[in-house]
Design a protein. Sequence first.
Length: 324
Amino acid sequence: MALVIGSMDPSLSVSRNEILNWLNSFLGLSYQKIEDTATGAAACQVTLALHPGSLDLSQVNFNSTTYKADWERNYVVLETAFKKMGILKTIPITDLMRGKYRDNLEFCQWLYSYWRQNWSNSAEYPAKERRLAVGCTYPGDSPEATAPKPQPQRQRRSRGTRIDPGATPMRKNPIRARVPSARIRVDPGATPARSKPRSAVLRDKDANRGQKGPSSMKSDAALAVKLQTNQLALAAAQKKSALLSRNLTTMAKAAKELQTQTKEFRSQNTELKKMLDQVEVERNFYFEKLREIEIMVDQEMTAGDEQSPASTILTNIQTILYKA
Protein backbone atom coordinates (compact mmCIF):
# COMPACT_ATOMS: atom_id res chain seq x y z
CA MET A 1 0.00 0.00 0.00
CA ALA A 2 1.38 3.41 -0.94
CA LEU A 3 2.16 6.07 1.63
CA VAL A 4 -0.24 8.98 1.97
CA ILE A 5 1.25 12.29 0.81
CA GLY A 6 -0.19 15.37 2.50
CA SER A 7 -0.83 18.66 0.75
CA MET A 8 1.80 20.38 2.99
CA ASP A 9 4.58 17.97 2.03
CA PRO A 10 7.72 20.04 1.16
CA SER A 11 8.37 17.85 -1.87
CA LEU A 12 5.20 19.19 -3.52
CA SER A 13 6.75 22.67 -3.81
CA VAL A 14 10.07 21.80 -5.52
CA SER A 15 11.10 23.81 -8.57
CA ARG A 16 11.06 22.60 -12.15
CA ASN A 17 14.86 22.64 -12.34
CA GLU A 18 15.11 20.26 -9.40
CA ILE A 19 12.49 17.98 -10.99
CA LEU A 20 14.36 17.93 -14.32
CA ASN A 21 17.71 17.29 -12.65
CA TRP A 22 16.22 14.40 -10.67
CA LEU A 23 14.61 12.74 -13.72
CA ASN A 24 17.68 13.18 -15.93
CA SER A 25 20.08 11.84 -13.29
CA PHE A 26 17.89 9.01 -12.00
CA LEU A 27 16.66 7.75 -15.39
CA GLY A 28 19.54 8.89 -17.63
CA LEU A 29 17.36 11.18 -19.72
CA SER A 30 17.94 14.57 -21.34
CA TYR A 31 14.68 16.41 -20.70
CA GLN A 32 14.94 20.15 -21.26
CA LYS A 33 11.52 21.25 -19.97
CA ILE A 34 8.66 19.97 -17.84
CA GLU A 35 6.44 19.58 -20.91
CA ASP A 36 8.73 16.73 -22.08
CA THR A 37 7.24 14.55 -19.32
CA ALA A 38 3.79 14.67 -20.96
CA THR A 39 4.47 11.33 -22.69
CA GLY A 40 4.19 9.48 -19.35
CA ALA A 41 7.23 7.29 -20.12
CA ALA A 42 9.38 8.68 -17.29
CA ALA A 43 6.60 8.14 -14.75
CA CYS A 44 6.28 4.51 -15.89
CA GLN A 45 9.97 3.77 -15.30
CA VAL A 46 9.99 5.55 -11.93
CA THR A 47 7.04 3.38 -10.86
CA LEU A 48 8.85 0.25 -12.10
CA ALA A 49 11.97 1.24 -10.14
CA LEU A 50 9.96 1.65 -6.95
CA HIS A 51 7.82 -1.46 -7.51
CA PRO A 52 9.65 -4.08 -9.61
CA GLY A 53 7.27 -6.21 -11.66
CA SER A 54 4.43 -3.67 -11.46
CA LEU A 55 4.48 -3.08 -15.24
CA ASP A 56 6.07 -4.31 -18.47
CA LEU A 57 8.69 -1.77 -19.58
CA SER A 58 8.65 -3.11 -23.16
CA GLN A 59 5.14 -1.66 -23.56
CA VAL A 60 6.35 1.87 -22.77
CA ASN A 61 7.33 4.15 -25.67
CA PHE A 62 10.10 6.65 -24.90
CA ASN A 63 10.68 7.80 -28.49
CA SER A 64 7.23 9.23 -29.28
CA THR A 65 7.21 13.03 -29.00
CA THR A 66 4.19 13.96 -31.14
CA TYR A 67 2.02 10.84 -31.58
CA LYS A 68 -0.40 11.09 -28.64
CA ALA A 69 -1.80 7.59 -29.13
CA ASP A 70 1.52 6.27 -27.77
CA TRP A 71 1.23 8.67 -24.81
CA GLU A 72 -2.23 7.35 -24.02
CA ARG A 73 -0.93 3.75 -24.05
CA ASN A 74 1.85 4.79 -21.66
CA TYR A 75 -0.68 6.27 -19.24
CA VAL A 76 -2.87 3.16 -19.47
CA VAL A 77 0.16 1.07 -18.48
CA LEU A 78 0.90 3.51 -15.62
CA GLU A 79 -2.70 3.51 -14.40
CA THR A 80 -2.79 -0.31 -14.41
CA ALA A 81 0.41 -0.38 -12.34
CA PHE A 82 -1.06 2.10 -9.83
CA LYS A 83 -4.14 -0.07 -9.37
CA LYS A 84 -2.00 -3.21 -9.07
CA MET A 85 0.21 -1.70 -6.34
CA GLY A 86 -2.66 0.06 -4.54
CA ILE A 87 -1.39 3.59 -5.18
CA LEU A 88 -4.24 5.94 -4.31
CA LYS A 89 -3.56 8.59 -6.94
CA THR A 90 -5.85 9.64 -9.77
CA ILE A 91 -3.90 10.29 -12.98
CA PRO A 92 -5.32 13.26 -14.95
CA ILE A 93 -4.51 11.69 -18.31
CA THR A 94 -6.35 14.23 -20.46
CA ASP A 95 -4.75 17.22 -18.71
CA LEU A 96 -1.27 15.71 -18.84
CA MET A 97 -1.52 14.81 -22.55
CA ARG A 98 -2.28 18.42 -23.41
CA GLY A 99 1.34 19.19 -22.54
CA LYS A 100 0.57 22.16 -20.31
CA TYR A 101 3.28 23.30 -17.91
CA ARG A 102 1.23 23.55 -14.70
CA ASP A 103 -0.53 20.16 -14.95
CA ASN A 104 2.69 18.25 -15.68
CA LEU A 105 4.62 20.13 -12.98
CA GLU A 106 2.05 19.24 -10.31
CA PHE A 107 2.09 15.56 -11.30
CA CYS A 108 5.92 15.49 -11.37
CA GLN A 109 6.03 17.12 -7.92
CA TRP A 110 3.72 14.42 -6.58
CA LEU A 111 5.83 11.69 -8.27
CA TYR A 112 9.04 13.15 -6.80
CA SER A 113 7.48 13.25 -3.33
CA TYR A 114 6.28 9.66 -3.69
CA TRP A 115 9.75 8.56 -4.86
CA ARG A 116 11.46 10.23 -1.88
CA GLN A 117 9.19 8.44 0.58
CA ASN A 118 9.52 5.00 -1.05
CA TRP A 119 13.04 4.86 -2.53
CA SER A 120 15.49 3.26 -0.11
CA ASN A 121 18.14 1.84 -2.45
CA SER A 122 21.42 3.70 -2.17
CA ALA A 123 22.90 2.12 -5.31
CA GLU A 124 22.59 3.81 -8.69
CA TYR A 125 19.55 2.66 -10.64
CA PRO A 126 20.58 1.19 -14.06
CA ALA A 127 17.81 2.90 -16.03
CA LYS A 128 19.54 2.77 -19.44
CA GLU A 129 20.47 -0.90 -19.06
CA ARG A 130 16.89 -1.81 -18.15
CA ARG A 131 15.58 -0.03 -21.23
CA LEU A 132 18.15 -1.62 -23.52
CA ALA A 133 17.38 -5.05 -22.09
CA VAL A 134 13.71 -4.91 -23.17
CA GLY A 135 14.23 -2.93 -26.38
CA CYS A 136 12.58 0.19 -24.97
CA THR A 137 15.24 2.73 -25.86
CA TYR A 138 15.56 6.46 -25.43
CA PRO A 139 17.42 8.43 -28.16
CA GLY A 140 20.52 8.71 -25.95
CA ASP A 141 20.64 5.07 -24.75
CA SER A 142 22.62 3.44 -27.59
CA PRO A 143 26.39 3.33 -27.12
CA GLU A 144 26.91 4.68 -30.65
CA ALA A 145 24.84 7.75 -29.83
CA THR A 146 26.73 8.52 -26.60
CA ALA A 147 30.26 7.79 -27.87
CA PRO A 148 32.14 10.97 -28.90
CA LYS A 149 32.84 11.29 -32.60
CA PRO A 150 36.55 11.35 -33.52
CA GLN A 151 37.52 14.70 -34.91
CA PRO A 152 40.13 14.94 -37.69
CA GLN A 153 43.48 16.23 -36.53
CA ARG A 154 44.99 19.08 -38.47
CA GLN A 155 48.69 18.91 -39.13
CA ARG A 156 50.26 22.14 -38.09
CA ARG A 157 53.79 23.20 -38.62
CA SER A 158 55.52 24.27 -35.47
CA ARG A 159 57.24 27.58 -35.34
CA GLY A 160 60.63 25.96 -34.83
CA THR A 161 60.53 23.92 -38.04
CA ARG A 162 63.44 24.67 -40.34
CA ILE A 163 63.08 24.85 -44.11
CA ASP A 164 65.76 23.32 -46.28
CA PRO A 165 67.12 26.04 -48.59
CA GLY A 166 67.87 23.49 -51.30
CA ALA A 167 64.32 22.10 -51.40
CA THR A 168 61.95 22.98 -54.25
CA PRO A 169 59.33 25.49 -53.09
CA MET A 170 55.75 24.22 -53.21
CA ARG A 171 53.19 26.21 -55.17
CA LYS A 172 49.77 26.92 -53.71
CA ASN A 173 48.02 25.43 -56.71
CA PRO A 174 50.30 23.09 -58.66
CA ILE A 175 47.55 22.19 -61.12
CA ARG A 176 47.46 25.62 -62.61
CA ALA A 177 50.50 26.12 -64.77
CA ARG A 178 51.47 29.21 -66.63
CA VAL A 179 50.84 29.07 -70.34
CA PRO A 180 53.33 31.07 -72.39
CA SER A 181 51.67 33.83 -74.37
CA ALA A 182 51.61 33.32 -78.13
CA ARG A 183 53.72 35.82 -80.04
CA ILE A 184 52.09 37.49 -83.02
CA ARG A 185 54.27 37.81 -86.04
CA VAL A 186 53.76 40.92 -88.19
CA ASP A 187 54.53 40.93 -91.85
CA PRO A 188 56.66 44.01 -92.53
CA GLY A 189 55.29 44.33 -96.06
CA ALA A 190 51.63 44.30 -95.04
CA THR A 191 49.59 47.51 -94.98
CA PRO A 192 48.39 48.37 -91.49
CA ALA A 193 44.60 48.34 -91.10
CA ARG A 194 43.06 51.70 -90.41
CA SER A 195 40.41 52.07 -87.78
CA LYS A 196 37.03 53.62 -88.64
CA PRO A 197 36.42 57.17 -87.62
CA ARG A 198 34.17 57.78 -84.62
CA SER A 199 31.36 59.26 -86.71
CA ALA A 200 31.19 56.14 -88.89
CA VAL A 201 31.05 53.90 -85.81
CA LEU A 202 28.14 55.94 -84.41
CA ARG A 203 26.28 55.72 -87.75
CA ASP A 204 26.67 51.95 -87.77
CA LYS A 205 25.33 51.72 -84.22
CA ASP A 206 22.29 53.82 -85.12
CA ALA A 207 21.61 51.67 -88.16
CA ASN A 208 21.88 48.45 -86.17
CA ARG A 209 19.69 49.89 -83.46
CA GLY A 210 16.76 50.28 -85.86
CA GLN A 211 17.00 46.65 -87.00
CA LYS A 212 15.31 44.11 -84.71
CA GLY A 213 16.19 40.45 -84.57
CA PRO A 214 13.78 37.54 -84.24
CA SER A 215 14.13 37.39 -80.46
CA SER A 216 13.26 41.06 -80.00
CA MET A 217 10.26 40.70 -82.30
CA LYS A 218 8.99 37.73 -80.28
CA SER A 219 9.37 39.65 -77.05
CA ASP A 220 7.46 42.60 -78.53
CA ALA A 221 4.63 40.29 -79.61
CA ALA A 222 4.50 38.71 -76.16
CA LEU A 223 4.36 42.16 -74.55
CA ALA A 224 1.54 43.17 -76.89
CA VAL A 225 -0.45 40.04 -76.01
CA LYS A 226 0.13 40.63 -72.32
CA LEU A 227 -0.93 44.27 -72.64
CA GLN A 228 -4.12 43.25 -74.45
CA THR A 229 -4.87 40.64 -71.77
CA ASN A 230 -4.38 43.20 -69.01
CA GLN A 231 -6.69 45.65 -70.81
CA LEU A 232 -9.41 42.99 -71.09
CA ALA A 233 -9.02 42.10 -67.43
CA LEU A 234 -9.23 45.79 -66.50
CA ALA A 235 -12.40 46.23 -68.54
CA ALA A 236 -13.98 43.16 -66.87
CA ALA A 237 -13.01 44.50 -63.43
CA GLN A 238 -14.59 47.87 -64.26
CA LYS A 239 -17.82 46.15 -65.34
CA LYS A 240 -17.91 44.17 -62.10
CA SER A 241 -17.26 47.35 -60.11
CA ALA A 242 -20.13 49.16 -61.88
CA LEU A 243 -22.45 46.22 -61.26
CA LEU A 244 -21.50 46.12 -57.60
CA SER A 245 -22.08 49.85 -57.23
CA ARG A 246 -25.56 49.49 -58.78
CA ASN A 247 -26.32 46.61 -56.44
CA LEU A 248 -25.16 48.65 -53.47
CA THR A 249 -27.42 51.55 -54.51
CA THR A 250 -30.40 49.21 -54.82
CA MET A 251 -29.65 47.62 -51.46
CA ALA A 252 -29.36 51.06 -49.85
CA LYS A 253 -32.78 52.06 -51.19
CA ALA A 254 -34.29 48.80 -49.97
CA ALA A 255 -32.71 49.34 -46.55
CA LYS A 256 -34.26 52.82 -46.32
CA GLU A 257 -37.69 51.43 -47.25
CA LEU A 258 -37.33 48.72 -44.62
CA GLN A 259 -36.42 51.32 -42.02
CA THR A 260 -39.50 53.35 -42.91
CA GLN A 261 -41.74 50.27 -42.70
CA THR A 262 -40.17 49.35 -39.38
CA LYS A 263 -41.00 52.79 -37.97
CA GLU A 264 -44.58 52.47 -39.17
CA PHE A 265 -44.96 49.01 -37.66
CA ARG A 266 -43.56 50.25 -34.37
CA SER A 267 -46.05 53.15 -34.25
CA GLN A 268 -48.93 50.79 -35.09
CA ASN A 269 -47.78 48.39 -32.41
CA THR A 270 -47.76 51.21 -29.86
CA GLU A 271 -51.30 52.22 -30.79
CA LEU A 272 -52.52 48.62 -30.58
CA LYS A 273 -51.01 48.28 -27.12
CA LYS A 274 -52.85 51.39 -25.98
CA MET A 275 -56.15 50.07 -27.39
CA LEU A 276 -55.57 46.73 -25.72
CA ASP A 277 -55.00 48.41 -22.38
CA GLN A 278 -58.25 50.33 -22.74
CA VAL A 279 -60.17 47.16 -23.67
CA GLU A 280 -58.75 45.37 -20.62
CA VAL A 281 -59.86 48.23 -18.37
CA GLU A 282 -63.39 48.15 -19.78
CA ARG A 283 -63.54 44.38 -19.52
CA ASN A 284 -62.54 44.46 -15.88
CA PHE A 285 -65.11 47.16 -15.19
CA TYR A 286 -68.04 45.24 -16.68
CA PHE A 287 -66.88 41.98 -15.16
CA GLU A 288 -66.96 43.53 -11.70
CA LYS A 289 -70.46 44.92 -12.30
CA LEU A 290 -71.75 41.54 -13.46
CA ARG A 291 -70.15 39.88 -10.46
CA GLU A 292 -71.95 42.30 -8.12
CA ILE A 293 -75.28 41.58 -9.86
CA GLU A 294 -74.64 37.84 -9.54
CA ILE A 295 -74.00 38.10 -5.79
CA MET A 296 -77.09 40.28 -5.27
CA VAL A 297 -79.33 37.83 -7.20
CA ASP A 298 -78.03 34.90 -5.17
CA GLN A 299 -78.72 36.72 -1.93
CA GLU A 300 -82.28 37.73 -2.94
CA MET A 301 -83.17 34.23 -4.14
CA THR A 302 -81.91 32.72 -0.91
CA ALA A 303 -83.85 35.14 1.29
CA GLY A 304 -87.08 35.55 -0.77
CA ASP A 305 -90.05 33.38 -1.67
CA GLU A 306 -89.66 31.16 -4.72
CA GLN A 307 -93.38 31.64 -5.75
CA SER A 308 -93.23 35.43 -5.85
CA PRO A 309 -92.96 37.34 -9.20
CA ALA A 310 -89.63 38.82 -8.07
CA SER A 311 -88.23 35.33 -7.70
CA THR A 312 -89.16 34.57 -11.29
CA ILE A 313 -87.39 37.74 -12.48
CA LEU A 314 -84.29 36.86 -10.50
CA THR A 315 -84.31 33.36 -11.96
CA ASN A 316 -84.40 34.81 -15.49
CA ILE A 317 -81.53 37.16 -14.66
CA GLN A 318 -79.48 34.29 -13.30
CA THR A 319 -80.18 32.26 -16.44
CA ILE A 320 -78.90 35.13 -18.60
CA LEU A 321 -75.75 35.45 -16.51
CA TYR A 322 -74.89 31.74 -16.69
CA LYS A 323 -75.87 31.26 -20.32
CA ALA A 324 -72.89 30.37 -22.49
